[in-house]
Design a protein around this ligand. Structure first.
Ligand code: UTP
Length: 277
């Protein structure tokens, strides 16, 4: 079954400059917790315990976050501040974290390929931590997808409907509807103009991938923007076998954009932070 989750986190995060000049985008806090921790918590809640992170230059803070900080912990030991570290400590104790660097930022597909040694020959999940997904009172998005994988045993991408004029930001799918929330992918286009988009069903940052994807990525030429695109490799997989697109239950915030980041912050402040205090 699925045991590992890959976190491509090597991107430059240019939309958040200058904040991301010396700090990874994935460490931007949504209230009091960095984006990457929300992603790891979602993976852990879905039963995954091996976290594989693709990092790059200037991303060392990611590794430090999932490690013990002896001096700090010693300082707050025995005070009521200790509880602020509980959520991180739980993940450090329950999960393993491994890291590899993407030396050149050649796109999301290439970042996933860099994880091949960490993942091996097994199906795995992918979380783009800048897409923050919540589903209060229900299963986390990744768990919904893992349950689908148990049934269908093929790669699955999470999708949501977006306004037509925003298709240029996403990979967009077309396919045969096999359930009201599930499509068998027949076509996929990376960042199409609205008039060229095959639908308004956009891929967001949650995937379940079967390990044959690695060879398919390795055989993929750079596509849109000169980057090696995961959508091109997934399209080959869809032609050879099957790829499903799943309209998840829950809400997604695009924290790679300022608007989504602010919305997520307001949401998490009300839903989580205030209730924890
Ligand atoms: P984005 O398209 O959001 O790019 O990447 P970015 O560099 O993070 O941000 P902007 O657009 O410059 O502001 C989507 C995801 O893919 C990862 C990013 O870290 C992010 O999680 N990624 C992208 C890589 O790991 N490596 C790459 O070469 C490209």
């Amino acid at each position: 079954m699925i045991r590992k989750c890959l976190f491509p986190a090597a991107g430059y995060g240019t939309r958040f400059l200058p904040a991301t000049k010396a700090m990874p985008k994935e460490m931007l806090p949504i209230v009091n917790k960095p984006l990457i921790q929300y992603g790891v918590e979602e993976a852990y809640a879905a039963g995954l315990q091996h976290m594989a992170v693709i990092t790059g230059r200037g991303k060392r803070a990611l590794e430090d976050h999932f490690d013990i900080s002896y001096e700090l912990e010693h300082q707050i030991q025995g005070t009521d501040k200790e509880r602020y570290l509980d959520s991180t400590r739980l993940l450090i104790d329950a999960c393993t974290f491994s890291y590899t660097r993407q030396v050149e930022m050649k796109g999301l597909g290439h970042a996933i390929l860099c994880g091949q040694q960490l993942i091996g020959e097994e199906p795995f999940a992918v979380v783009l931590a800048d897409d923050l997904c919540v589903n209060p009172g229900g299963d986390p998005v990744l768990l919904q997808m893992i349950e689908l994988y148990r049934q269908f045993r093929c790669s699955i991408v999470a999708i949501q409907e977006v306004p037509r004029e925003e298709t240029y930001k996403y990979g967009v799918i077309a396919g045969e509807m096999i359930r009201d929330d599930l499509y068998r992918v027949s076509h996929m286009v990376e960042k199409p103009k609205p008039e060229e988009a095959p639908s308004n069903l956009a891929i967001i940052g949650r995937y379940i991938l079967t390990p044959d994807i690695f060879q398919l990525i390795a055989d993929t030429e750079p596509g849109k923007g000169g980057e090696i695109q995961i959508t091109d490799a997934l399209m080959k997989q869809a032609r050879q076998g099957a790829v499903l697109a799943y309209k998840f239950k829950g809400q997604r915030f695009d924290c790679g954009s300022a608007e989504g980041y602010v919305e997520a912050t307001n949401y998490c402040f009300e839903q989580f932070y205030k209730k924890e205090q």
